[in-house]
Design a protein around this ligand. Structure first.
Ligand code: DC
Length: 234
């Protein structure tokens, strides 16, 4: 019997716990984990550093022209046990998680040229399968043929509470109201953009985890993986 490696696509709204589940699955299965949100966040950081984007403006053409200078890499951190994002050789893991950047990332990720560049990189990472990727368009655009697709949802309040706690733990100075507003604004922008809006792929399994603990969630999803692997046995 030969257990085939599969591709697992996890999409959903912000702060639905996609990355926690994705990381855990990847660890359990010995798969590669890719956080595509970190890639969109890193391009946004680049745009901020060069003054192409702020609260009041977006210099789209200038950013598109300089996309060739944006080099993104994930490097595994042996101590923290996860891959960190490097922008042009610099570890930007902390900078890409600030609330200031979260307020701008949906603007930058709506640009088709940005999406094209990142989707190409993501598809290359998944050529060999054995990958868990999370984001907004993984099951619809990046890997439409993924063997297992999940679509995670939870109420905006639950999600804002989770993200707020996370940010406080990491030492960021934010209020709950600010985080809730950001979550709602990003939901709206991510779902209504023209290019690759956040929608559930027809064949994705919807998963509302508003009232579900991590352990239960993981167990249920892991079962889905095992079922899929069994179907593919030869
Ligand atoms: O998963 P996250 O919250 O870190 O993602 C940050 C933003 O990046 C999100 O608001 C929308 C964008 N994004 C996207 O457009 N497509 C993806 N595949 C992943 C993220």
């Amino acid at each position: 019997m030969n257990i085939k490696k599969i591709t697992i696509a996890i999409d959903g709204f912000s702060s639905t716990g996609k990355s926690t589940i994705a990381k855990q699955l990847a660890k359990e299965l010995g798969y590669l984990y890719v956080d595509t949100g970190a890639m969109y966040r890193a391009v946004t950081l680049y745009a901020m550093q060069f003054g192409y984007v702020d609260q009041n403006k977006l210099e789209k053409e200038a950013l598109i022209k300089s996309l060739g200078n944006v080099n993104l890499k994930f490097k595994y951190n042996e101590k923290l046990l996860f891959s960190e994002m490097y922008l042009n050789g610099v570890n930007v893991e902390k900078e890409i998680r600030t609330i200031e950047l979260s307020k701008l990332v949906s603007k930058v990720s709506a640009i088709s040229e940005v999406r094209k560049k990142l989707v190409e990189q993501q598809q290359k990472m998944g050529v060999e399968k054995g990958i868990v990727m999370d984001g907004r368009d993984i099951g619809t655009v990046v890997f439409p043929d993924a063997e297992l697709k999940l679509f995670m949802t939870a109420s905006p309040e639950k999600r804002a509470t989770r993200r707020y706690k996370e940010l406080l733990e990491k030492g960021h100075d934010v209020s709950y109201e600010e985080v809730l507003e950001n979550v709602q604004q990003r939901d709206h922008l991510d779902s209504t953009r023209e290019d690759s809006p956040l929608i559930k792929a027809e064949d994705a399994i919807a998963f509302d985890n508003s009232d579900m603990g991590l352990k239960e969630q993981f167990e249920r999803i892991y079962q889905l993986v095992l079922i899929k692997q069994e179907q593919l046995l030869d």
